[in-house]
Design a protein around this ligand. Structure first.
Ligand SMILES: [Zn+2]
Length: 305
């Protein structure tokens, strides 16, 4: 769906919900212009809420979580083979222009955890990136073809957020201990969207609440008036960021998927980094085997003493 059509739908949905829709007066064009600009700004800043706002053909909760119709899959993990999880994926042909976004998102997730992604051949279980209006996902492993919806405004971080849902993670702001860290301002939440802010009992693995988590809502998600729906109780956090996985995000994945060395990710990855380096070094030596000076230098160089 093209961006302008998406924005139009979004604009109409805001009007239908009597959100930010003043009557059109003599200055109607100005009002329309403001609303249109507001709708664009909102859509760009909160793409994970679009699926819930614009979609009527599937049950969406918390903006981007699809309710399973036939089972409770919460926290279900993707199966591991020899301690590693290899998730097969397919990208719908209509998303070919956004392929890089999905590949980078998968890299962002797999970089520090024992979960990797590869293009599907015949695997029965796989993630299918599918075009839609916003970004949305089931929570946890569903089995078979598991759809992750990707809209035109979803960026790398948004898609990584959806992948973490698919791996079994909920929104950080729904944790039972959230009121020690944030304040939810109910009066600024769009009508009918309060359930997106409901607290839930779920596994936290003893990992401290993380206002910078890639799974945390931004401050104006589902705002009806442009004012915050979530306020930080302490300063200095980039709540709602979608640029990186935090150390706690990485730890969460590593604990749920029982990666080796779940306590300190650097301990675990150092062995893998060493192995990778040695492989590259061996390749370098082969490449320069017939270059006398370089070959001799490489043969006397011992990277790890
Ligand atoms: Zn989400």
């Amino acid at each position: 769906m093209c961006l302008s059509r998406l924005i139009f739908l979004f604009f109409m949905s805001m009007c239908i919900g009597h959100v930010q829709c003043s009557p059109v007066t003599n200055h109607g064009n100005e009002v329309f212009g403001d609303l249109y600009a507001n709708a664009i700004n909102y859509a760009q800043e909160n793409p994970e809420t679009l699926e819930a706002i614009l979609t009527f053909d599937k049950a969406i909760i918390e903006g981007d979580i699809i309710m399973p119709s036939d089972r409770n899959a919460v926290d279900a993990v993707w199966p591991a083979v020899n301690g590693k999880v290899h998730v097969a994926f397919e990208i719908h042909p209509d998303l070919v222009n956004m392929k890089d976004t999905m590949l980078k998102a998968m890299d962002m997730v797999s970089e520090h955890a024992c979960v990797s992604f590869h293009k599907r051949s015949t695997e029965p279980d796989y993630m299918l990136f599918y075009p839609s209006k916003g970004c949305a996902s089931y929570v946890g492993y569903q089995g078979g073809e598991q759809i992750l919806y990707v809209g035109p405004i979803c960026n790398v971080g948004n898609v990584a957020h959806e992948i973490l849902h698919a791996l079994g993670f909920h929104h950080e702001h729904t944790r039972l201990d959230r009121n020690e860290h944030i304040q939810v301002i109910e009066s600024n939440i769009q009508t009918g969207r309060h359930s997106n802010f409901k607290m839930k009992d779920g596994k936290t693995f003893g990992i401290p609440y993380d206002t910078s988590s890639i799974m945390h809502y931004g401050g104006k998600y589902f705002s009806k008036n442009g004012l915050p729906t979530i306020k930080l109780l302490k300063h200095g956090s980039d709540m709602g960021q979608r640029t990186r996985l935090t150390p706690q995000d990485m730890k969460r994945i590593r604990v749920l998927y029982q990666c080796v060395g779940t306590g300190e990710m650097d301990d675990k990855t150092s062995k893998e980094k060493e192995d990778t380096f040695l492989k590259m070094f061996a390749r370098l030596k082969r490449l320069y085997l017939h270059v006398p000076g370089v070959s001799a230098n490489l043969n006397t160089y011992h990277p790890f003493g």
